[in-house]
Design a protein around this ligand. Structure first.
Ligand SMILES: [Zn+2]
Length: 290
């Protein structure tokens, strides 16, 4: 058919031109040293600085994946502010001003050994996007509800830092676990809690929107470190006045996926939303009536 013939001729012509071109022109040579082929290197302070970087998933932690994981040096390289836990759930992780602190179940707080590992952590580089001075909260729930109204975006993750004097504070930590591991929802029944009054320090908060509930606690997760770095833990209740609140909006989320056999055999059916609620959002009923 004429059309076919025309098309066939057209293709042959193009092939001939292509072969002629390749035959006459030297092929471009790409090598790492070639001055004509440069890889543009991203500047160090690019997108990752604004990312919430998460190591493992909360659901994996809730499925007894407590050991190994990335070294704490990876956490330190991914952010200077955040929260997490340690190998075998040995205490609460507090990342503040680039230092990693470990609040263990006997009440001590110490600089973490960077040779250690973490089964779960979430960090970012804290860069202030906004602040609220003279901030008051009657309870932890009151704090969360105020932030829901005041933070600019409902569906973005945030890092939140609150510095001040805490009139009432209830903290917890959990003891290190040994195999065979029990579910996290059982482990937190062994948590040790402490009450403090009029203590100066910093709340370190990560807020994850509802759509992140498969990978982290949706809502707010608070840890605390005192100014003298001797007291810290996961916050179950607090009351404060005249604090300074700063927030950092995270524009992306990076998740480092665990490679352990526990996670490989893990199914999301193993963990209910109620379990995650009990594990991370359990709050003191005496101070926080909701
Ligand atoms: Zn916590």
């Amino acid at each position: 058919m004429p059309t076919t013939s025309h098309s066939t001729w057209h293709v042959i012509t193009l092939l001939a031109i292509a072969l002629f071109t390749l035959g006459c022109e030297p092929r471009p040579v790409f090598s790492p040293n070639s001055s004509t082929h440069r890889v543009t290197e991203l500047p160090a302070a690019s997108a990752d600085q604004e990312a919430l970087v998460q190591f493992s998933l909360l659901a994996a932690l809730a499925a007894d994946d407590y050991t190994g994981g990335p070294p704490l040096t990876d956490v330190a390289a991914a952010g200077d502010f955040g929260i997490g836990t340690f190998n075998n759930l040995d205490g609460e992780m507090i990342v503040l001003d680039g230092e990693i602190y470990q609040a263990v179940a006997d009440g001590a707080v110490r600089p973490a050994d960077l040779d250690g590992t973490t089964p779960f952590a979430a960090v970012t580089f804290f860069k202030e996007d906004g602040r609220i001075d003279n901030f008051n909260a009657a309870t932890l729930t009151d704090l969360d509800e105020q932030l829901d109204r005041k933070l600019p975006r409902r569906n973005s993750p945030y890092a939140i830092r609150i510095d001040g004097e805490f009139a009432e504070l209830t903290l917890r930590s959990v003891p290190a676990q040994t195999p065979p591991f029990r579910p996290l929802v059982e482990v937190v029944k062994d948590q040790v809690t402490w009450q403090h009054h009029n203590l100066r320090g910093t709340l370190i908060g990560i807020r994850c929107p509802e759509w992140m509930s498969e990978v982290n606690v949706s809502g707010y997760h608070w840890h605390f470190l005192s100014d003298d770095q001797k007291t810290g833990g996961h916050v179950l209740a607090c009351t404060f006045q005249d604090a300074s609140l700063r927030f950092d909006e995270c524009t992306s989320v990076v998740i480092h996926i665990p490679t352990s056999s526990e996670f490989d055999n893990f199914s999301t059916d193993q963990v209910s939303d109620q379990d995650i609620e009990k594990i991370e959002r359990q709050r003191s009923t005496d101070q926080d009536p909701k």
